[in-house]
Ligand binder design. Sequence first.
Ligand SMILES: *[C@@H]1O[C@H](CO)[C@@H](O)[C@H](O)[C@H]1NC(C)=O
Ligand SMILES: *[C@@H]1O[C@H](CO)[C@@H](O)[C@H](O)[C@H]1NC(C)=O
Ligand SMILES: *[C@@H]1O[C@H](CO)[C@@H](O)[C@H](O)[C@H]1NC(C)=O
Ligand SMILES: *[C@@H]1O[C@H](CO)[C@@H](O)[C@H](O)[C@H]1NC(C)=O
Ligand SMILES: *[C@@H]1O[C@H](CO)[C@@H](O)[C@H](O)[C@H]1NC(C)=O
Ligand SMILES: *[C@@H]1O[C@H](CO)[C@@H](O)[C@H](O)[C@H]1NC(C)=O
Ligand SMILES: *[C@@H]1O[C@H](CO)[C@@H](O)[C@H](O)[C@H]1NC(C)=O
Ligand SMILES: *[C@@H]1O[C@H](CO)[C@@H](O)[C@H](O)[C@H]1NC(C)=O
Ligand SMILES: *[C@@H]1O[C@H](CO)[C@@H](O)[C@H](O)[C@H]1NC(C)=O
Ligand SMILES: *[C@@H]1O[C@H](CO)[C@@H](O)[C@H](O)[C@H]1NC(C)=O
Length: 871
Amino acid sequence: MFVSLLCLVASAATAAIASPLAHPRAVVARNSTSIDSCPGYNVYNIVKTNSSLTADLKLAGPACNVFGKDLDALTLLVEYQTIYQVQESVLPRPNNDAVEASGAALEFDLTEKPFSFQVKRKDSGKILFDTSGPGGTLIFESQYVRLRTQLPQNPSLYGLGEHSDSFQLETHRYTRTLWNAESPFIPDHANLYGSHPMYFDHRGGNGTHGVFLLNSNGMDINIDNPSSGTFLEYNTLGGVIDLYIVAGPGPVDVNKQYAEIVGLPAMQPYWTFGFHQCKYGYNDTLDVAEVIANYSTAKIPLEVMWTDINYMDKRQDFTTDPQRFKMGMMRELVDVLHSRNQRYILILDPGIHMVSGLDSYKRGVNQDVFLKTANNATYEAVAWPGVVAYPDWFAPNTEKWWTDELGRAFDPDTGVDIDGVWVDMNEASNFCPDVTCVPEVFASQNDIPPAPAQAPRNDTGRIIPGFPKDFQPQSKRDSGDSMKGLNGRNLLLPPYGIHNHQGDISNRAIWTNISNYDGTVQYDTHNFYGTMMAYTSRTAMLARRPSKRPFVLTRSTFAGAGRKVAHWFGDNASEWKHYRITIQQMLTFASLHQMPMVGSDVCGFNENTNEELCARWAMLGAFQPFYRNHADITAAKQEFYLWPIVTAAAKKAIDVRYKLADYIYTALYRQTQNGTPLVSPLFFAYPNDSNTFGIQTQWLYGPGLLVSPVMDENSTSVSIYLPDDIWYDYWTGKAIRGHGKSITLNNVELTDIPLHIKGGSIIVQRAFSAMTLDEVRKQDFNITVAPGLDGTARGSLYVDDGESLVQDPILDLEFYYDGQSLFADGILPATAMQIMNVQVLDPQSAGGAGDKRALSVDGPWELSEGFKWSL
Ligand SMILES: *[C@@H]1O[C@H](CO)[C@@H](O)[C@H](O)[C@H]1NC(C)=O
Ligand SMILES: *[C@@H]1O[C@H](CO)[C@@H](O)[C@H](O)[C@H]1NC(C)=O
Ligand SMILES: *[C@@H]1O[C@H](CO)[C@@H](O)[C@H](O)[C@H]1NC(C)=O
Ligand SMILES: *[C@@H]1O[C@H](CO)[C@@H](O)[C@H](O)[C@H]1NC(C)=O
Ligand SMILES: *[C@@H]1O[C@H](CO)[C@@H](O)[C@H](O)[C@H]1NC(C)=O
Ligand SMILES: *[C@@H]1O[C@H](CO)[C@@H](O)[C@H](O)[C@H]1NC(C)=O
Ligand SMILES: *[C@@H]1O[C@H](CO)[C@@H](O)[C@H](O)[C@H]1NC(C)=O
Ligand SMILES: *[C@@H]1O[C@H](CO)[C@@H](O)[C@H](O)[C@H]1NC(C)=O
Ligand SMILES: *[C@@H]1O[C@H](CO)[C@@H](O)[C@H](O)[C@H]1NC(C)=O
Ligand SMILES: *[C@@H]1O[C@H](CO)[C@@H](O)[C@H](O)[C@H]1NC(C)=O
């Protein structure tokens, strides 16, 4: 058996161990006696070149065969790269631009007997990855691979998403399990919907590095700090271990280097920064229309309306309920939205109802797109519509079939002309609890699908302002409408059981013994099933509107998914704990995993929310990249307009969010170009300030705005940390000298959220907000200069048409303030764009009515023929 260990080093380094394959979970206690007796490997035939090292590894003693069969020979490959066996189609590898070892920032040291290795910083000799410690013996079996690195005593580790644990990871008896799973109520200390085997190790002044294990198998990553020393240990169910170590040295450098491995994130349409409204349980088009109308009446901007599975006929993909969501009315609904520059998004699930009357299913069978059992029958499972078949994203016709189905159902001329698509349940979630389930029996015993709650109705009995007569009382109905894995593995119950919160690895999932078209098995590819669905949906959306950026929101993700799609954090609950957790979830994905367009269900998905929680959440969510209110069918309605305080909070927060739309859009654009995250934890900006390392209640929205929401129920105060720097209250302009201490802010009412501009920033905003982002884009700009401790400030602004896939920027400027003059440098707009006002904040300002700004001067000034502005 061939296995490679690859270690890329340089300005960044990568170590990779390629091993065989995978495994899911059975609860099997680890055989600690025999684990400790595992012999490890000895190293032979070392061949060094200027840019690489290869060697053979042979088992150093009798096999222990604890969780599978030990592989007796491995191959080691170490490469030094400038930066720099999941299928290449899922995650293309970076180019092997090997550089000379002498030019690398990292150094790889090998111990031959028994095999272990260390990766060090060449300049300081500091060890970043070290398998030579206690318990570090490499174990490499057919269904189990163990690799352990020693860590400093109290490490600051981050990442390993998706989880709902602390942002800075625990270090005592902590396990992160990676196995994509249906995870209602996002339990803590559990595997959730996505797998990102990447962590940041932040060592303050000693630098930050990142470690990415490119492996899609189920795994437990253990972190512990026994007296023999702190360690991080991978326990995978197999797979190729491709280990990349990136050298930083700063946190943002690690980000950029990680992006060189998994790819830069996709640019999203400008409108996706608008406010989104959804609920599972909107009963019919009348309900949906009335929500839209009620937002208008309440004068709360609504950018995008969504509908969950209720729109489907008996929950079947690519259908609409002929009585409740009639095609004619759906088309009218979309026309109304589009005429007001609002948008519409619908959900799709992977499971296709297995009934002969369903055209999408028939076409899928004809084109052979579904996963198969061992005897070549369609693999059956249970999901929303009942017994379903799952698309095999590896089969040659699946992408075309999916693209055609989407194109047909969402045809602008005959279907629902959606603006984005939402893919859910794609872990893939299977209602069948385990492999003893008989799908037909399970579906019928559990009444799946149930009849819709709402009897068909012709109108609500109320006028719905702004909608055609079909939506109004007494209206007449419109009739219109090859790395295949090792043999001999137990693909259902591998001997090593990862800590999957669903139990065995096939529980509530596509069974892991099912083969894909390319001969690989779900055991190995499970963790990116949903990512493939999302990618294929992106391709399908692109086919509908070839020149426009597709927007695809997915629940399930794998490393690198940010290249193409956006993510929300799944089925949280209307609880204060989950309100707080959204911050660490956002930071883990947007700041560490190169998935910038993320957010949680605002006000909470499961359970009933309340006015206070929803008001606070409406404000917090407005400063996260993806901002959507969404609730479960069993939860009470929670649209912002339902409570006066929530209405006021949402209006105020959306007003600022929209003025800042170009500022955050610029930050997203920068991330798509070079990996600098659009939001970041405080330690990214203050890497030497150890007080910032554990902060998960505040974050930087864009490069220069610190967000510090109230964290607790019944509270109007919040303790915020201000690093040693000058800060300015966004709302009043008042300067606050931060001293690297926490201060308490009081009287933070339900319609308030503390925002502070970081000294040294220039923030370019739209002068005024509006009801839609299309209108916001027509406003002039205001520039706020917030001088830093040295009196200077910087900022930037990028503007394009907001939706074309490929285009030249309309404007791309860097702003610089030297204490006297403000300069803009870069690509100036060809068409007229105006600056309405420039404000230079005063580091001495005490705030208050008479003393708000050192200087505020109204223009306008044209940006078109160059811009220099002096005090
Ligand atoms: C545990 O390891 C011992 C020693 O190698 C072996 O005899 C025993 O069968 C193992 N037990 C299990 C459950 O694998
Ligand atoms: C390796 O490096 C040495 C010294 O820099 C150089 O002379 C030699 O040509 C290099 N060899 C290769 C194969 O690049
Ligand atoms: C940085 O390195 C110094 C010297 O090795 C060490 O004393 C210190 O603890 C390190 N700091 C961190 C955060 O690892
Ligand atoms: C819309 O507002 C009206 C008037 O307040 C109310 O009766 C109705 O229930 C609301 N509809 C929805 C879907 O929220
Ligand atoms: C997968 O395992 C189940 C449960 O043991 C079995 O019924 C089925 O035939 C297996 N399928 C394949 C493709 O091996
Ligand atoms: C499996 O079934 C498909 C049709 O559903 C057929 O095209 C294919 O040849 C079959 N493969 C085998 C190995 O029988
Ligand atoms: C949908 O209809 C059911 C039954 O009439 C009702 O209980 C529920 O409140 C409705 N949902 C919404 C969002 O109005
Ligand atoms: C809806 O309108 C049609 C046509 O006027 C009528 O036949 C039907 O009874 C109405 N349905 C309801 C539920 O009112
Ligand atoms: C907040 O106040 C409500 C009403 O007094 C009370 O029921 C609840 O327990 C309080 N919550 C906390 C966290 O103190
Ligand atoms: C922009 O400047 C105008 C004119 O001074 C002012 O009315 C408006 O409130 C400012 N907007 C922002 C976001 O500062």
